[in-house]
Design a protein around this ligand. Structure first.
Ligand code: FPP
Length: 258
């Protein structure tokens, strides 16, 4: 065995020992709706933004847990298109937290083999935030251990419409292309998530049972896991519990039991 494959094996073994008792069948893509930050703060007599600040610590913990478990893609819903309706101060704090997260974590993410990607209409974000995001995406673009996808100014209906617009432009330039070559796989390649597998597992914290305009096309057959815990209280052990629960699900994709 070569030195490099020894090193790879060591890394894999270390990862497993940091994440004990995990099943063989892991989701290849976990999507998370990080809900309950506001309630977590309000219940403690704190301003809502304190919940978002506490939520960043959970983000760090769940990124680490994904690396340790060997989950290859993690998508976090950080800011929806609808979130612009929130008070201006709260929106400002969310953008600042994102900025700081990228600045503070980039070296670690790079070193840990994390590739950062964003989905959503990021061009509408404040220019200084956008600049940091583009730089982080570039710097981590060759990493392959974990793809961390952050959904920002994201809305699934807009994503679908953006794909339709692209396809309409294609059809205008090449009449007949829709009949010749438009199927689910081609459509998926026009979504923001191009190249990523569909989520196998969706985790939503705080007990709410909604999709909230998140990855509507991609989650047609995603397994859903809801916990009542608020996002700032969600731990790596809770995450591993969701992975264990996922392994017990029988996925039939419309077929009958084997
Ligand atoms: C939903 O909770 C949470 C959000 C809209 C923001 C999530 C953002 C973070 C955790 C921090 C920044 C992210 C990264 C990736 C660094 P809510 O405020 O709607 O909670 P509520 O329903 O209790 O009011």
């Amino acid at each position: 065995m070569s030195l490099s494959s020894d090193a790879a094996k060591d890394t894999a073994n270390r990862a497993r020992s940091d994440a004990p008792d995990l099943p063989q069948r892991l989701p290849q893509h976990v999507a998370v709706i990080m809900d309950g930050n506001g309630r977590w703060a309000t219940e403690r007599g704190l301003p809502r933004v304190a919940g978002h600040q506490a939520g960043v610590q959970t983000v760090r913990e769940i990124v680490r847990a994904s690396l340790d478990a060997g989950v290859p893609v993690l998508t976090l819903y950080a800011f929806s298109q609808e979130n612009w309706k929130r008070p201006k101060d709260e929106v400002g704090v969310l953008m600042d937290l994102l900025d700081h997260f990228i600045v503070r974590e980039l070296d670690d993410l790079e070193r840990q083999g994390v590739r950062l990607r964003t989905i959503g209409r990021t061009e509408a974000l404040p220019p200084r935030t956008l600049e940091k995001i583009r730089d982080a995406e570039k710097r981590t673009s060759t990493n392959a251990k974990l793809t961390l996808v952050i959904a920002l100014n994201y809305g699934a209906r807009t994503e679908i419409l953006d794909a339709v617009r692209q396809l309409m432009r294609r059809a205008a330039a090449d009449p007949g292309s829709a009949e010749r070559a438009l199927d689910e796989a081609v459509f998926s390649e026009h979504l923001y998530t191009k190249g990523l597998p569909d989520p196998d597992l969706l985790i939503r914290t705080s007990g709410e049972m909604r999709l909230s305009n998140f990855l509507l096309w991609q989650m047609s057959y995603t397994e859903i896991y809801i916990t009542r815990k608020y996002w700032p209280d969600f731990t790596r052990e809770d995450y591993f519990e969701a992975l264990r629960e996922y392994a017990t699900r029988e996925r039939r994709f419309g077929d009958v039991s084997a």
